[in-house]
Design a protein around this ligand. Structure first.
Ligand SMILES: Cc1cc2nc3c(=O)[nH]c(=O)nc-3n(C[C@H](O)[C@H](O)[C@H](O)COP(=O)(O)O)c2cc1C
Ligand SMILES: [Mn+2]
Length: 469
């Protein structure tokens, strides 16, 4: 799979992409159709007739495990955890992207510069009533390059439509584009960027993944695909652009220039602040797009949507990978529920091998690169419990967990989006470590009640006689 068109073709064959031919308004109507459809676990929707626009837009591409499996190139009946397990197996494998000629890059079919640039041509939705405007970049990613090392980053940071050649940004402190922007600022230069909309959906999953600093998400995408991602040189920016992208917005971000941006209905189900905030923006210099380009958007908002599924997959797989890389034995599986957007709560199933093993896993989880940022609650269960089997997790929390054995960590890095903290004090979070295992070091362990197998067989043989079935 190289492009959004490849995904649509596959999705239509598998019955998971539906075309909407009726006219739909970009102003709230489209997003509400998408959101209500997502709440029913409906198909991805390709809106072909958006009021006042010539081009289509697709939504809800990543909302189900089935579609994520298709995107990842795996059997479509794989569960989220099976997909994660395959990702974890890749370890630190990387495949660098491959440069192709402009003639082999459909993203160059139309090239618009300077005054020809008009972002209002694209069917950009207004998603929620209290949003500050239309958001062009939701299921997109922003490409940037580290000016010192040449490391190329893909990061999904929302982009509000602020003018015909202006896009908002929100690079949260410490995110890779933010780290890079600070370096350009020191050098007294604007940062060249490209916003990519509509591409191999795997690249969006990568943009939303917390891959380590100094590692290009392109290389991980290549490892997952088993072949390099094809890239082409930008027109006005020295960046590797996905050759098969639908829409490419090239421009620069000046760290010292601001526009009012937001608010936006976030994946926490709440607004990130109380109104607009001054934020850096992209000054657009050039737009390239395919003929009849396919816009791509996602509702974000309340769980469970594309964002939550994508983050549950990538954050869960990365946390699991990092625990394995710490050489902790016995990790059976890791699950970060999509209802918690894959980042606030983690459940880890462990085969205990020594006293203190569960405590090691709990403190390790919040010390991984993934867990150190925003993870609030970690639950460890024994290996007889699948962490995605929530009724069984509730059982463990009821009958194996003991409050006297839980630990509260007072301080750690928080996300500014966590609505459980006051809006002006979201830098630091507490954490809760819950050991829901039967302690390894207990000499006398609770004796489980079992049925007598022989009698079970006898009773099953008499079932018809007893119940008349
Ligand atoms: C739809 C969507 C919108 C997002 N918006 C933002 C955003 O505006 N700012 C931000 O810092 N992270 C945002 N994120 C989370 C980042 O994509 C994620 O933290 C990612 O790891 C950033 O890339 P980086 O690790 O290379 O910095 C968003 C994620 C999704 C799926
Ligand atoms: Mn990154």
């Amino acid at each position: 799979m190289k492009s959004m068109r490849d995904f649509i073709e596959l999705g239509e064959r598998e019955g998971v992409v539906k075309r909407i031919k009726a006219e739909v308004d970009w102003d709230l109507e489209l997003s509400h159709i998408a959101k209500l459809n997502e709440e029913k676990s409906g198909p991805a929707l390709l809106f072909e007739n958006v009021k006042g626009h010539d081009w289509p837009i697709i939504t809800s591409v990543c909302t189900t495990a089935e579609r994520l499996a298709l995107i990842m190139g795996m059997p479509k009946d794989y569960s989220l955890v099976q997909i994660m397990e395959e990702w974890v197996k890749l370890g630190d494998k990387k495949i660098e992207p491959e440069w192709v000629d402009k003639s082999a890059a459909p993203c160059k079919e139309n090239i618009l510069r300077g005054d020809e640039v008009d972002l209002f041509k694209f069917p950009t939705p207004k998603w929620y009533p209290l949003d500050g405007g239309r958001f062009f970049g939701t299921a997109h990613f922003i490409l940037t390059k580290d000016p010192e090392t040449g490391w190329v980053n893909l990061g999904t940071y929302r982009s509000q439509l602020l003018g015909k050649d202006k896009l908002g940004t929100q690079f949260i402190k410490g995110k890779h584009a933010d780290l890079m922007l600070k370096k350009y600022q020191k050098m007294g230069k604007p940062m060249p960027v490209a916003s990519i909309v509509g591409c191999d959906p795997l690249l969006f999953v990568m943009g939303a993944s917390r891959i380590s600093a100094f590692v290009s998400e392109y290389d991980i995408a290549g490892a997952i695909r088993g072949e390099p991602i094809e890239v082409v040189q930008g027109e006005t920016v020295d960046l590797p652009i996905p050759a098969h992208a639908e829409i490419v917005v090239e421009g620069e971000v000046d760290a010292e220039a601001f526009m009012e941006e937001g608010p936006f209905g976030e994946y926490t189900g709440y607004y990130s602040g109380v109104g607009t905030d001054p934020r850096n923006f992209i000054d657009v210099k050039c737009v390239t797009h395919r003929n009849n380009p396919i816009m791509w958007g996602t509702t974000v908002g309340r769980a469970v949507t594309d964002t939550h599924m994508t983050m549950a997959l990538s954050y869960g797989a990365t946390l699991w990978q990092q625990l394995v890389a710490m050489k902790i034995p016995g990790i059976r599986s890791v699950y970060c529920p999509p209802e918690g957007s894959g980042r606030f709560l983690a459940i880890i199933s462990l085969q205990q091998m020594y006293p203190g093993h569960a405590d090691q896993v709990l403190t390790a989880a919040i010390s991984t690169e993934m867990g150190a940022y925003g993870l609030k609650t970690v639950i460890v269960v024994d290996e007889d419990i699948d962490p995605w089997d929530i009724p069984r997790v509730m059982y463990a929390l009821s009958f194996r967990f003991q409050p006297n054995r839980c630990q509260i960590i007072k301080r750690g890095r928080s996300t500014p989006l966590d609505p459980s903290l006051p809006i002006d004090a979201r830098e630091i979070t507490g954490r809760l470590l819950m050991d829901a295992t039967i302690p390894y070091d207990w000499k006398d362990k609770p004796i489980p009640i079992k049925l007598d197998e022989e009698i079970v067989k006898k009773v099953e043989a008499r079932w018809g006689e007893l119940f008349g079935e």
